[in-house]
Design a protein around this ligand. Structure first.
Ligand SMILES: [Zn+2]
Length: 405
């Protein structure tokens, strides 16, 4: 059996006045997703346990069939895996955003979606000044540039207690335009992190890359924002747990990282940006090709989440329509050529346009294919899912059900 999974990140939402009282999923013209819903089943699942923060790290683990309460150690270690960073037992990975702070408020958690070459130059400058031995003279800081604003700080050989489970940091994408003073790191190691964040301001203030960005009318990266710290997680390979060979197509390090840690093949798609301008058709083509060599092919699309963070209902609708046309459509056409098949469409978590932030709650999913009989739903959206009897309160139980085990 061949399985396809399509993840429109953060697509689940609330009814919007701007969309005539419909949710983006309901408002979008998505004939393929709706066909899938008619043929198969629509249900809902909860991918974020109440004790964890709603974000793609936790939610993706659930969606891929792993209980985050058992395996989750933090977001940054998952991204570090995708960046090829090896973490030893005493190493911590810490997510290092380049952000724009104005009037001491979080103006932009992406520093104007800074291009990777700009980001790399700035992170290297920060590494020269702030990298190396920490004040304790044991821990060493390494700044590793990533994609766009998403970089990593590795704290090597940190003695026990340097950071701990009680270290609290704030995802910057969930505090748009809010005063940052309320959201600085707290708990063990907070002084260390706050100090690095403060000192990064001086490194970046007069950097030529930032000067050039301002001259072009782009947002400068005014400082780093440290969050999502954790040690390396231990995950049993997907092939061992579920007996299937997987592939992951995503432009986002975090999601790739989860795939890589499960032993899936990482397939990089040219033109995939992790943003609204991504090449949807290329994603669809590569996913269809990947079916030949893998049992489970998972395509993740970040665009709906980004549209929500920007508060743009129209962009969210458009992203869903592109996903439907260029990814779900071609997969629905290609899958039956491989014999028995199934497809799952589900976001990881909710990202609401109202708050421009991630949210707790059930998300709608649709499954169709071999051995799945219709549960009488006419379209794929939140309202249809709400009326469904098929619900996974523990989201990680959806995967074994989908795989038919
Ligand atoms: Zn998001």
């Amino acid at each position: 059996m061949k399985y396809a999974i399509v993840i429109p990140d953060g697509c689940a939402d609330e009814p919007q006045a701007a969309l005539g009282g419909k949710t983006p999923l309901a408002a979008a013209h998505t004939p393929n997703m709706d066909r899938l819903a008619c043929m198969g089943v629509v249900g809902r699942s909860n991918n974020v346990p109440a004790s964890l923060t709603p974000a793609s790290d936790v939610a993706t683990l659930s969606l891929f069939g792993y209980d985050p309460l058992q395996v989750y150690t933090g977001r940054a270690p998952l991204e570090a895996a995708a960046m090829g960073i090896r973490l030893r037992a005493d190493d911590w990975a810490i997510r290092c955003n380049l952000v724009t702070i104005e009037n001491e408020e979080m103006r932009d958690f992406t520093a104007g979606h800074i291009r990777s070459e700009d980001g790399r130059a700035l992170i290297e400058a920060i590494g020269e000044k702030l990298g190396g031995p920490a004040p304790d003279a044991v821990t060493r800081f390494e700044f590793v540039p990533g994609v766009s604003y998403r970089n990593c700080l590795v704290a090597r050989d940190a003695p026990p207690g340097t950071f701990a489970a009680g270290t609290k940091t704030q995802p910057p994408h969930d505090i748009p335009d809010r005063p940052i003073a309320d959201y600085l790191p707290k708990g063990p190691g907070a002084d260390l992190l706050q100090d690095l964040m403060r000192r990064s301001r001086d490194v970046l203030a007069h950097h030529p890359v930032n000067q050039a960005r301002i001259e072009r009318g782009e947002r400068p990266a005014t400082q780093i924002w440290l969050w999502g710290q954790g040690k390396a997680p231990v995950l049993k390979p997907f092939a061992e747990v579920y007996g299937k060979k997987g592939a992951i197509l995503s432009a986002v390090d975090l999601v790739r990282g989860v795939g890589v840690l499960l032993g899936w093949t990482r397939i990089d798609v040219p033109g995939a940006t992790g943003y609204l301008d991504t090449d949807y058709a290329a994603k669809g083509r590569y996913a269809v090709q990947a079916l030949a060599k893998h049992d489970v092919v998972c395509v993740h699309i970040e665009a709906p989440d980004e549209a929500s963070h920007e508060g743009r209902a129209d962009a969210k609708v458009k992203a869903l329509e592109e996903i439907d046309r260029h990814i779900v459509g071609p997969l629905l056409e290609a899958l039956p050529r491989h014999g028995a098949w199934r497809i799952l469409v589900s976001p990881d978590h909710r990202t609401t346009l109202r708050t421009r932030a991630h949210a707790y709650g059930m998300v709608p999913f649709a499954v169709a294919g071999t051995g799945i009989t219709s549960n009488g739903k006419s379209s794929y959206d939140e309202a249809q899912a709400e009326t469904s009897e098929l619900a996974f309160v523990r989201g990680h139980e959806l995967m074994p059900w989908f795989l038919g085990r």
